[in-house]
Design a protein around this ligand. Structure first.
Ligand code: ADP
Ligand code: MG
Length: 697
């Protein structure tokens, strides 16, 4: 790579390129669309398309695509070339404003949850000018939203943009009440920390479960796991370092601010964190990051596992969604201010988040629900499925003082009684760290840690933005009508603390005592996707999300169906893979080894009938029992899969997956994992956890 500054963003049609290549008037008009959501004129689109095409051709591109994020969770693209026949029999390179603004991919194979009748295969993609176009390979990629012929959103971007708009609208109302007349817009920003495992391609290829499911379905604990924690922040191995270097270069060229990288707690686990940016762009960037992580790994003979729980008993991979809200002038609304007045505004936004997280715990849980993440939540070093907020001692003391009208004994001893002028000043640097909380305040942002590593961050941010918009709306409605602003404000902050303090938990979220305590507090504990997903359609959730125009009722219904379908399909593939591996690899290996041992013992006895061989007998007996057990559990799993076909609707099907299929899968695994620990390694049909986790040298 040449110098980083010269290469950074070199494959992005970003502001620098737009400014340089567009006529001044066109540029100004486009900026207005990007910054303020102004309607885009077709003449502007034509000029932008022309400049985009010229720029893309100069970078060697031959094709363009509308790049979108259907509900599969990954990105989709359909490539069209720029070529257009010319009357003289040759071709010219063309790209019109119409092609930039709107695309019509054949959308029939993307999930729609019934929103698009099969005869109506058309879907539309619409340019999202707030996310820059970029080049991947020889293709100009245009970030777009994706909707059905009837106008229903079929993607993750559309509701995300709508939720940002809802938050913007309500947050501006609050800012005006605090006398801020200059802010033009408020946006949420996100910095997603991405965890992943890196293993060698040889190991990956040797395991059908990794190839088909992205996670291991069998595997006994290795003798050395993560007990020593010696991997965490340890020296990065040369092969991994080479991978990270190339990954960074690729990301930088795409304008993605990959910033830190380090080893994580588990062996073979690593993390990449970008510098935060506007949620919409951060979401696009995170999707691209995941794609490029896998591509670059392939070039290094490695495989990047993005599954949230590739190895049982070893830390899973999460994605920490660092979230804050800021004005266009750069004021972070979750940053404690310098003056009491600013602090009052900060406390109000803080309360809005507390109320949102408590009122919509279920939506946050739903936003991270997948079959894969169900294995991670509540397991090794991952937050539980219960949502709670960590605030740290100082903020907690401030809120307690407000709640009880007692003096605040913090940095400055202040009486916390009346209006804003006496709300305390506090120092944000004193916020302590808590790594076990699902939703932690970290000084000037919240870190939502329940996301699984393969999740699109869109879902979590849609729910977060919308729920906070709802709190702010309730606050604004009350404050706009208040006779005495300061008293009303103080009362509202206090009421929020009183009503919602149950969601605040500053202790150890990994402790099992917390789960029972949380249940006593009335907090929700939806352990699985099947438990939580149907609540997407609860009245209060539908009312909130539709009132802010983030989703229509039909869109919510379709999403609930698609997510449950996804859950069922994932587990069905896993169950079938398990059956196959158990029958054709594990059972034969166990039988074979038992026969080998028996044969050895028989030979020994033949040689000398007095030779002790109690050990062989015990081993053969145990292996035979396990062999029977494996066969029985495999049969039971097959039977459960057949029963599943009669489940009928998607909700009973997902319940059958949870209650009938997953437990049998666990039982089958236990038998197989025990057999692994007793079978000669050279007869075991695939690499063990130890082989895989320590495969990259
Ligand atoms: P860690 O959580 O590992 O201590 P940092 O606090 O430095 O790391 O940041 C983690 C992520 O949070 C980074 O992606 C960073 O860009 C992002 N971040 C920092 N400030 C904000 C903010 N105001 N809003 C959103 N994300 C932020
Ligand atoms: Mg973090």
């Amino acid at each position: 790579m040449k110098s980083v500054p010269s290469e950074f963003g070199s494959l992005v049609f970003d502001d620098r390129v737009m400014k340089a290549s567009l006529p001044g008037k066109i540029y100004a008009s486009l900026r207005k669309t990007i910054d303020e959501g102004a309607q885009l004129d077709i003449s502007v689109a034509n000029a932008v398309a022309e400049a985009m095409k010229e720029w893309a051709l100069s970078k060697g591109a031959t094709h363009f695509t509308h790049w979108f994020q259907p509900l599969t969770g990954i990105t989709a693209e359909k490539h069209d070339s720029f070529i257009s026949p010319s009357p003289d029999g040759g071709v010219i390179m063309e790209f019109s404003g119409k092609e930039l603004i709107k695309g019509e991919p054949d959308a029939s194979s993307f999930p729609s949850g019934g929103l698009r009748a099969t005869f109506e295969a058309r879907g539309y993609t619409a340019w999202d000018p707030t996310s820059y176009a970029f080049i991947k390979g020889k293709t100009l990629c245009i970030p777009t939203a994706f909707c059905s012929y009837g106008g229903h959103a079929l993607d993750k971007k559309t509701p995300l943009l709508r939720s940002m708009e809802a938050l913007n609208k309500q947050a501006l109302r609050i800012l005006r009440l605090f006398g801020n007349d200059t802010a033009k817009c408020v946006r949420s920003s996100v910095g997603p920390e991405q965890e992943y495992f890196l293993i060698t391609k040889e190991m990956y290829d040797a395991r059908p479960d990794l190839r088909y499911c992205g996670r291991t379905l069998f595997g006994a604990r290795p003798s050395k796991g993560q007990e020593m924690d010696d991997h965490y922040f340890g020296v990065i191995k040369p092969r991994v370092a080479a991978y990270m270097e190339e990954l960074n270069e690729e990301l930088w060229k795409l304008g993605i601010l990959a910033k830190t990288e380090h080893n994580e707690v588990a062996p073979a686990q690593h993390e990449l964190a970008p510098i935060y940016t506007t949620t919409n762009v951060a979401t696009d960037h995170n999707q691209l990051t995941m794609e490029i992580m896998q591509k670059v790994a392939a070039r290094h003979g490695l495989v990047c596992l993005l599954h949230e729980k590739p190895f049982a008993g070893v830390n899973g991979s999460g994605k920490h969604n660092n979230w804050s809200i800021a004005t266009d002038a750069g004021q972070n609304l979750l940053s404690p201010g310098e003056t009491p007045y600013e602090n009052a505004q900060f406390l109000l936004f803080l309360c809005a988040v507390i109320k949102a997280v408590d009122d919509y715990q279920d939506l946050l849980r739903i936003s991270v629900a997948t079959a894969g993440n169900d294995h991670r939540l509540g397991a090794n070093e991952a937050p539980p499925a219960v949502v709670s907020i960590f605030l740290g001692d100082e903020l907690n003391a401030v809120l307690e003082a407000i709640e009880t009208d007692t003096p605040y004994e913090g940095v400055e001893k202040t009486q916390m009684k009346l209006g804003v002028s006496v709300l305390p000043r506090f120092n944000r640097d004193t916020t302590d760290r808590n790594r076990t909380s699902p939703f932690a305040f970290t000084g000037n942002k919240f870190e939502f840690r329940m996301l699984g590593s393969s999740n699109s961050i869109a879902c979590a941010n849609i729910m977060l933005n919308s729920a906070v918009a709802e709190s702010l709306k309730i606050y604004a409605d009350r404050l706009e009508g208040a006779d005495d602003f300061e008293t009303a404000l103080h009362d509202m902050i206090r009421k929020t603390i009183r009503d919602h303090k149950r969601i605040i938990f500053n202790g150890n979220g990994y402790d099992s005592a917390w789960i029972s305590e949380a249940e006593k507090r009335g907090l929700l504990n939806y352990r699985t996707t099947a438990d939580c997903m149907p609540h997407l359609l609860d009245r209060k959730n539908v009312d909130m999300l539709t009132s802010h125009k983030v989703f229509t009722v039909e869109e919510l219904r379709s999403r609930c169906d698609i997510m449950l379908e996804n859950y069922c399909k994932t587990v069905v593939i896993e169950a079938n893979t398990m059956i196959d591996m158990a029958k054709t690899q594990i059972a034969p290996a166990v039988r074979h080894y038992a026969a080998v041992v028996a044969k050895d013992a028989a030979a020994k006895l033949k040689f000398d009938a007095t030779v002790p061989c109690g050990h062989e007998k015990k081993l053969v007996s145990r292996l035979s029992i396990l062999g029977e057990d494996i066969a029985e559990k495999t049969d039971a799993l097959e039977a459960a899969m057949i029963d599943l076909q009669n489940a009928g609707d998607i909700i009973p099907e997902s319940e059958a997956i949870r209650d009938k299929v997953l437990p049998v899968m666990s039982a089958l695994r236990v038998a197989c994992d025990e057999a692994e620990t007793m079978t000669a390694k050279d007869l075991w049909p695939f690499p063990t956890y130890g082989d895989i986790l320590f495969s990259v040298k």
